[in-house]
Write a protein that binds this ligand. Structure first.
Ligand code: ADP
Ligand code: ZN
Length: 434
């Protein structure tokens, strides 16, 4: 079986990776300085010239870019090449505000698709595979990215896009899909739908899934793996850096290798901007080392993460990022306590509940309230009110242990929480603090 898509670079020595990064950063900073007036001004204001950047270590001298800069520059302000050289536009899904548009030259598309091809091969993909892509196609990067990667590997590609679960299942069964690509929340829904139709985990031909675009817990991974009878791999990316494939999981399933020949990663303290050493938790920052059209330098993702450089059993040498622990702006501060939705998901799945839940935060009489609707599976559901109340109490107590604050739990009947076909929205904050 093919082990790597681009073995030379995926297993390159540390020295070789640094050598590549040194060459690319010098060229890239010059490219951006000469072509992007907005970033040139940021550098000028800091008193930095392209000559100051002689190697990748000098990157810390460069100013950061934030999502607000991208919004301010909408649509063409960060474009680093003539529009006539661009062949594609994508846009963020707008999870956290106004959309951002990103531009691609053909070179940028090739590079991005190669990153996705690395992810597919790492998940065991080869030209013998049938890859069912049910990430959304269109402005969202998920569909196009995995689709392009699947072509590069030579897999038979099923460009399903998201939604229409009946058709997804029919094609999966009739055409013997072996690799499934979608958001983890949609994968969980597909598993649930297969079960309802009487299929067990062994009845499909799937062997792997490549799931990303939203946070998911290890507990969710186990549930999807068991439900579909597959190995579930994480994939990470964002529109601003190209799309999925910036980082991907290998067979070890202990974090995602960042494609370091194209993206330089740093972890910073989100308050001070100080770069933190390996192993420390902070905000993930990316520099695109060789993108042409939309090359962001030191872009602050707002994703909270840890980088590690330990040896990996898969033989890849690129640095690994852990599962993002939620975005810095996803974190809820409830009665002064930091709460991440992923902590709530962990408790629910550990206690045997479904991954279908909604979190509501509000403020009543100057006090924050936290309510969680949790959907019951048909075998958990009962008309005995006392039983239900006991379950609610027990779950609230487990939540209190994990979160440090006690939520109000509302157990709701099966099938009452809307399923997601793309990125799931699971938090509604009615406090209007922003
Ligand atoms: P939007 O910011 O509108 O959601 P994108 O579609 O570009 O736009 O989403 C990128 C974001 O999605 C990342 O910054 C990250 O927060 C989240 N994300 C992507 N992949 C993963 C993953 N594997 N695990 C957790 N979060 C992810
Ligand atoms: Zn590995």
């Amino acid at each position: 079986m093919q082990q790597y898509f681009q073995p030379e670079i995926e297993t390159a020595s540390r020295d070789e990776i640094v050598r590549i990064q040194n060459v690319k950063i010098v060229k890239q900073v010059r490219h951006v300085y000469d072509n992007v007036a907005y970033y040139r001004k940021l550098m000028d204001d800091k008193g930095i010239t392209p000559e100051d950047i002689k190697s990748i270590d000098d990157i810390q001298k460069l100013p950061f870019l934030k999502k607000d800069d991208l919004r301010e520059c909408y649509p063409y302000g960060l474009l680093a090449t003539d529009l006539s050289n661009c062949v594609r536009i994508h846009s963020t899904s707008g999870t956290t505000g106004k959309r951002v548009v990103a531009f691609y030259t053909q070179h940028d598309i090739d590079l991005w698709e190669e990153c996705c091809a690395r992810a597919i091969v790492a998940a065991g993909g080869s030209k013998e595979d049938v890859v069912q892509v049910c990430y959304g196609y269109g402005l969202f990067t998920g569909g196009s990215g995995l689709h392009g990667g699947s072509h590069k590997v030579g897999c038979l590609t099923l460009p399903m896009s998201s939604g229409n679960t009946d058709r997804q299942i029919q094609f999966m069964m009739d055409l013997n899909s072996t690799i499934l690509c979608c958001t983890p929340s949609y994968a969980a829904f597909i598993a649930e739908s297969l079960k309802e139709r009487g299929y067990g985990p062994g009845d499909n031909k799937l062997k792997a899934g490549i799931f990303g675009a939203e946070p998911w817990t290890e507990e969710m991974r186990t549930q999807i793996q068991d439900g579909l009878g597959i190995k579930a791999y994480d994939i990470y990316g964002l529109t601003e850096t190209s799309g999925p494939g910036v980082a991907f999981e290998c067979s070890e399933q202990t974090g995602m290798h960042i494609n370091e020949d194209h993206f330089y990663a740093e972890i910073i303290d989100p308050e001070t901007g100080e770069v933190l050493p390996e192993g420390e938790k902070g905000e993930l920052v990316f520099t695109a080392l060789d993108k042409e059209a939309f090359p962001l330098l030191r872009y602050r993702t707002r994703d909270i993460c840890i980088l590690t450089r330990g040896k990996c059993s898969c033989g890849r040498t690129h640095v690994k990022m852990c599962k993002p622990m939620g975005r810095s702006d996803d974190m809820l501060i409830i009665r002064g306590v930091n709460v991440f939705p992923s902590q709530i998901e962990t408790v629910l799945l550990n206690e045997g509940y479904t991954p279908n839940y909604m979190i509501y935060v509000d403020r009543k009489n100057n006090t924050d309230t936290l309510d969680i609707d949790v959907e019951l599976s048909p075998d958990q559901f009962s008309d005995n009110i006392a039983d239900m109340q006991d379950m609610e109490k027990k779950l609230a107590a487990s939540m209190r242990t994990m979160l440090g604050i006690g939520p109000k739990i509302h157990l709701v009947p099966p099938k009452t929480i809307q399923r997601s076909e793309g990125k799931a929205v699971r938090v509604i904050d009615n406090r209007k603090l922003h």
